[in-house]
Design a binder for this molecule. Structure first.
Ligand code: ATP
Ligand code: MG
Length: 402
């Protein structure tokens, strides 16, 4: 991590406000380190930046003119752990430099707003004015220069922030919301079951937001499901990766297991038995890769295999916790998030999923665990699962420039 050193020339840069991390106690340092690492990785495709943190703010400065500031700005909005982001301009630590910088850098916003106030923060205690004096001085001159602006200290449309720090001054205005959440990886790693639908990419986004790093598993039933269907799933993993960070997608061959079930499993139990295989395999991969939970996109009552009883029977093969972040959400709410994170258009492409290839006519909505166990007696599921894991193709996904 770069540290605060000599000042760079006056330029545009970013101030990022840390979110929930600031409530952490003794372990705050490790959350911050994780956040700074994620930040650096996210910035990498956009050029050379230096980033350092002071109190609850991270300062990000471009090191040269080649940096793609707009790209980096969009990328940083997807980094979990920040509650707000501002674009700022640095300036000399001089009261009139603050005025001039505010006028030139924020001119459009000062013209568009009806009311404003100035707020100053000062960490350089050698600066000759107090924060209040600086705010009053700059506020007074801005009010003169923009006579349409009313001063409103309680509910201003525009707040002009001034910061006097060790090596430079900074001017910025109303921050934009950050991605929220906790730094990816700060809560450990989980394995997410990724289908080609709407729900599972949203589930991945939601668990990454709570600080989980993710690997993903996709069950692929070639030739019943096409190569295009597999590409669609990999594309979904890529689309969600600006939020989840780097991950591995395990594409697990599932045809043999499904064909075996079709021969041997009573039709009403087919889907549940298949889902038990999925959970077993995902759990095997989790245990081999130091992941400590599974994530699915199940939503209560959405289909027969997502009733409470069905989830009891599928979950019974797991000893790791199973996180189902969209369990209480309506499709409409899930769609809203899918649109926000950019997975919607790909999710609705009409490719088949292995779940839809062999669909029982009358699936059991209230399966009974003892019946399931009886059906599975004599299945060599351990060997089947191991073989599937051994033959999995691993695809590495890295978020790049957008
Ligand atoms: P999604 O739930 O992603 O919209 P879906 O609704 O088609 O897709 P369901 O049949 O509802 O999928 O399956 C519930 C969950 O099981 C999915 O959210 C996903 O976590 C997992 N799942 C289903 N099919 C697959 C698959 N082929 N590979 C990996 N996971 C799967
Ligand atoms: Mg679903």
């Amino acid at each position: 991590m770069m540290t605060e050193k000599t000042p760079l020339p006056a330029q545009e840069m970013f101030l990022l406000k840390m979110g929930e991390i600031v409530l952490k106690g003794l372990n705050r340092k490790s959350f911050e380190q994780r956040l700074m690492g994620n930040l650096q990785r996210r910035l990498h495709p956009y050029g050379k930046f230096r980033a350092y943190s002071r109190q609850s703010t991270v300062y990000v400065e471009p090191m040269n003119d080649e940096c793609d500031l707009d790209g980096a700005w969009e990328g940083l909005k997807q980094v979990f752990g920040f509650s707000g982001l501002s674009r700022a301009r640095s300036c000399a630590k001089d009261k009139d430099a603050f005025v001039e910088t505010a006028k030139s850098y924020l001119n459009d916003r000062l013209l568009a707003a009806k009311s404003f106030k100035v707020e100053s923060r000062r960490s350089d205690k050698s600066f000759p004015m107090t924060s209040i004096q600086l705010s009053q001085y700059v506020g007074g001159l801005l009010a003169e220069a923009y006579p349409h602006l009313a001063v409103d200290v309680h509910h201003p449309e525009l707040t002009v922030y001034l910061e006097v720090r060790d090596f430079a001054g900074y001017v910025h205005a109303n921050p934009e919301p950050g991605a929220g959440g906790l730094p990816v990886g700060s809560g450990g790693k989980a394995v997410a079951l990724l289908s080609g639908g709407l729900d599972s990419p949203v589930a991945c986004y939601m668990m990454a937001k709570r600080g989980l790093a993710l690997d993903m598993v996709h069950f692929f039933s070639y030739p019943y499901t096409s190569m295009e269907a597999k590409e669609k799933v990999l594309e979904l993993a890529r689309l969600v990766s600006p939020y989840t960070g780097r991950c591995n997608v395990y594409v697990v061959p599932f045809t043999k297991i499904q064909e075996d079930l079709r021969r041997n499993c009573p039709e009403p139990y087919f889907t549940i038995a298949m889902r038990r295989y999925m959970m077993r395999i995902a759990q095997m991969i989790a245990k081999e890769t130091d992941a400590h939970a599974l994530v699915t996109g199940e939503s209560l009552g959405q289909v027969a295999s997502q009733t409470m009883d069905a989830m009891l029977v599928t979950g019974a093969v797991c000893d790791l916790p199973v996180f189902r972040p969209v369990i209480g959400m309506d499709k409409e709410e899930i769609v809203r998030i899918a649109r926000k994170i950019g997975t919607f258009e790909t999710s609705i492409l009409p490719y088949e999923d292995c779940c839809t290839v062999f669909t029982p006519r009358h699936p059991k909505t209230r399966p009974v665990l003892s019946e399931m166990l009886e059906i599975e007696e004599g299945y060599d599921y351990e060997a089947m699962c191991r073989e599937a894991v051994l033959n999995a193709e691993v695809v590495r996904i890295r978020p790049g420039a957008m």
